[in-house]
Each structure stands twice: as structure tokens, then as C-alpha cells.
Design a protein around this ligand. Structure first.
Ligand code: 5GP
Length: 177
């Protein structure tokens, strides 16, 4: 379906997003010790802007890792299958791990990733932070430890989230009516 940026309505503006992400970072800071390092895994590509904003406000020493996964393709709906482009991670044995994802929808992608990390990497602790929790669309048993916003079942773009690869660079969250 063809979409035009002129038809995009603003759902959350840039200032509100940044303010809310700072609050979420404070919540995360309060749950971890500042003496122990945290390994943060950014799920590319959608989480890139959220990740970059969030880590600026975290107080503990952090290591950054990146994985690429996709379940949407060029569509408004999950394909029901996870395509893994890159899941190479260093040994995470006994590490505290925080996965940072743009949005949890059906939960398929994060169910796949969390199982992969728990089985293959033997981390001490794995938690999940998302910018958006679309609880109403959930099909898998995934509950984020930290979520900036809960949203209803609408397709959003901007701040890392795309439609057909576009709109990721917007500094706000929009939706098509
Ligand atoms: P899930 O595997 O939980 O069904 O879907 C997770 C992935 O689907 C997200 O990482 C994101 O790439 C994509 N997704 C889910 N909902 C939306 C949405 O409203 N907008 C966009 N742009 N992508 C979404």
C-alpha cells in the first residue's frame, strides 16, 4: 500500500518522547547497581533511536551489542516468522543483560531472542526494555520489564520504526489514518 508522509499524524512529539525515555532510564538505573556492568543488546534496526537516547542516561558501566531480527517485512502485520540476519554475540556467561527493542507486538521476535540468549549464552539475568508495548496484540508469553508506553493496535512509524524501510529517522512517532 502506498503511504505518504503528508498523511502521517503525530502521536507522540519529540520532546515528550525524550522526556519519557529519560524517566525510563531513571527507572532502569534504580534497578541495577552502579558497580556492576550491564550488557545492553540493541535489536536492529527498529530499536536504534530508542537505544541511542536511552543509553545516554544510564549510570552503570555498559557494553553495547547489536543483533538484527525481523518479523514484519514490508507489511503492517507480523509475517509470523522470525528472520534472523545476525545473532552473533560474545560469551554472556554470568552477565546481566538488558535487551532493548522498539516494540513488542505479538511477542514472536522477543520470544525467539530471549530463548536464544537464555539457552545459548547462559547469562546471569536477562531483562527487556521496550519503547512500546502493544499488549492487545500479544500471542506469546512476553512481558517487558521496562516499557515507555503502552499502545493500542495501531501501526506506528518514526523514531526507528519503519514502513517499507522508510520513516525511521523521524524524531517523533506518527501513524497513518
Ligand atoms: P512481534 O514479533 O512482537 O510481533 O513484532 C515485533 C516487531 O514487529 C518489531 O520489532 C517491529 O519491527 C515490528 N512492529 C510491530 N508493531 C509495529 C508497528 O506498529 N510499527 C512498526 N513500524 N513496526 C512494528
Amino acid at each position: 500500500m502506498d503511504k505518504n508522509i503528508k498523511d502521517l499524524k503525530i502521536l507522540i512529539d519529540s520532546n515528550s518522547l525524550n522526556k519519557r525515555i529519560k524517566e525510563l532510564a531513571d527507572e532502569i538505573n534504580s534497578k541495577y547497581s552502579t558497580n556492576e556492568h550491564l550488557t545492553i543488546i540493541c535489536v536492529l534496526r527498529g530499536a536504534v533511536m530508542f537505544f541511542a537516547e536511552l543509553v545516554k542516561h544510564l549510570k552503570m558501566p555498559i557494553k553495547m551489542e547489536f543483533v538484527s531480527l525481523s518479523s514484519y517485512g514490508d507489511s503492517f502485520k507480523s509475517s509470523g516468522k522470525v528472520k534472523s540476519f545476525n545473532l552473533s554475540l560474545p560469551p554472556l556467561k554470568d552477565e546481566n543483560v538488558l535487551i532493548v527493542e522498539d516494540i513488542v507486538d505479538t511477542g514472536l521476535t522477543l520470544d525467539f531472542l530471549m530463548k536464544f540468549i537464555k539457552i545459548n549464552c547462559k547469562a546471569k539475568d536477562v531483562k527487556l526494555a521496550v519503547l512500546f508495548d502493544k499488549k492487545c496484540a500479544r500471542k506469546f508469553d512476553i512481558e517487558p520489564d521496562f516499557a515507555a508506553y503502552e499502545i493500542d493496535d495501531k501501526f506506528i512509524v518514526g523514531f526507528g520504526l519503519d514502513y517499507c524501510g522508510l520513516y525511521r529517522n523521524l524524531d517523533y512517532i506518527g501513524y497513518f489514518e
